[in-house]
Design a protein around this ligand. Structure first.
Ligand code: UD1
Length: 414
């Protein structure tokens, strides 16, 4: 991509396939029959999830460009193989539904990945508290349960994945379950609403305490996937970096409050519209400190992009990553573009420079890749982001979306 004149125009935010859709597809395994999911644009991770569901025995069909049907009526093979789990960590989300539906599950143990160690101890201890026996053998989690029982969970950290697995395991459990210190991300609220449409009794999702009353039967439901708040925030930051004025449709201020507050402190004007957000960038952003936290804090999935924005802002900022322990690898790539970033452990000091310089760089993960694309918008000359397939895992067409608001970005075939 090359830097240009600033962004201008209206963009429709894509459906949140990666962070909301994948979880609902996994939850479809709970109900024999046909689940319909809409506003589900294809991204790389969706291919892995559909491969996984097919290998489990569900029939998965596209019935429109963004409409997927999952029929989980037949006999299921409750197994998530190693090659799929290593391609996508969200594969772990089938553990709760498979255990609930089949009484057993064998899921390859996810390892660390490019953003940190990513443990799953809370998923496993939570399921054990519900009566499951779990063994980790030869790289696989082997879980058995002769009927799960409701339990009270107090999570050590509001993990998104642990909250989702315990939620999907508990909807069909005997008795009531409480999840304290639950993750409060909007995707959890959406998953709970979807489960309730399937006949579950879940209250409190979106708050720190979720209560679930187990039901005997779940039936398939339909779902319209929410707009992707991470894509929306990425576009706001693109505007902050490149300059200009954009409007986003299909997103909601309440999903992005902390990002909007921080971008406001950086000098952007962002306000709600009937169907989304309007944003205008200042001539140059101002530096502000950022610390990531679980929702409604500043999301870790925006950390790389905001670091790219800070690298051309006026002043110096400290960025603190509190959620994942290895998420700063990408700053070395930013430095190749002339950014002045020093990282030590969970902190990075970013001293804004007037201009970055276009360079070949490498994407290590989906959000870091997006951050490098954004940095390219502020760089003199051409930037080539290698390993762009990481970006495609979560963004349906980041280059195309940025082009609609005037950015000079194209996706090169690998
Ligand atoms: C999900 C999102 C990811 C987002 C993250 C945090 C998807 C597909 N991924 O990932 O985009 O960045 O939430 O908002 O939706 N942890 C433990 N033990 C556990 C579980 C988690 O120690 O049992 C730790 C992890 O190592 C990590 C932190 O908790 O440091 C947060 O992880 P978690 O919220 O579970 O993230 P994911 O669900 O993997």
């Amino acid at each position: 991509m090359r830097s240009g004149q600033g962004l201008e125009g209206v963009v429709k935010v894509s459906g949140a396939t990666k962070n909301a859709g994948l979880k609902q597809i996994a939850a479809a395994l709970l109900a024999p029959g046909e689940t319909v999911l809409r506003n589900l644009p294809p991204v790389g991770d969706l291919d892995v999830m559909t491969d996984l569901l097919r290998s489990i025995g569900a029939v998965v069909t596209w019935t429109g460009p963004e409409e997927l049907r999952v029929n989980a009526s037949g006999d299921l093979t409750p197994e998530a193989p190693y090659d799929l789990v290593t391609r996508m960590r969200a594969s772990i989300n089938v553990l709760g539904p498979l255990l609930a539906r089949c009484g057993e599950a064998r899921v390859a143990m996810p390892g660390g990945d490019n953003i940190g160690s990513r443990k799953i101890d809370m998923h496993l201890s939570g399921l054990e508290a519900m009566g499951a026996t779990i063994e980790v053998r030869h790289g696989f989690i082997e879980a058995h349960a002769d009927g799960l029982l409701g339990a009270r969970h107090v999570l050590e950290f509001p993990s998104v994945g642990a909250t989702e697995n315990l939620l999907t395991a508990s909807v069909g459990a005997k008795g009531s379950t409480v999840i304290e210190n639950a993750a409060r991300e909007p995707e959890i609220t959406e998953l709970a609403a979807f489960l309730n449409r399937m006949g579950a009794h879940v209250v409190g999702a979106g708050s720190s305490t979720i209560e679930i009353e187990g039901v005997d039967e779940l039936t398939p439901a339909e779902s319209e996937i929410i707009g992707d708040r991470i894509e929306a925030g990425t576009l706001l930051m693109a505007c902050g970096i490149a300059g200009g004025e954009i409007e986003l449709t299909g997103t909601r201020l309440e999903h992005l409050e902390m990002v909007v507050i921080k971008l406001g402190e950086m000098g952007m004007r962002v306000s709600p519209t009937p169907d989304g957000l309007w944003a205008r960038a200042p001539r140059r952003l101002r530096a502000v400190d950022i610390a990531t936290l679980p929702h409604p804090g500043f999301a870790t999935d925006f950390m790389p992009q905001v670091t790219a924005a800070l690298s051309v802002a006026e002043g110096a900022a400290i960025v603190t990553e509190n959620v994942f322990d290895g998420r700063f690898q990408f700053v070395d790539e930013l430095a190749r573009m002339g950014a002045d970033v020093r990282n030590e452990g969970r902190h990075a000091v970013v001293r804004g420079v007037e201009r970055l310089s276009g360079a070949p760089v490498r994407a290590f993960d989906v959000r870091a890749g997006a951050a490098l694309v954004l940095a390219g918008l502020a760089a003199e000359g051409e930037t080539i982001v290698h390993d762009g397939h990481h970006i495609d895992r979560g963004y349906p067409d980041l280059a195309g979306t940025l082009r609609t608001v005037g950015a000079d970005v194209e996706r090169l075939e690998s």
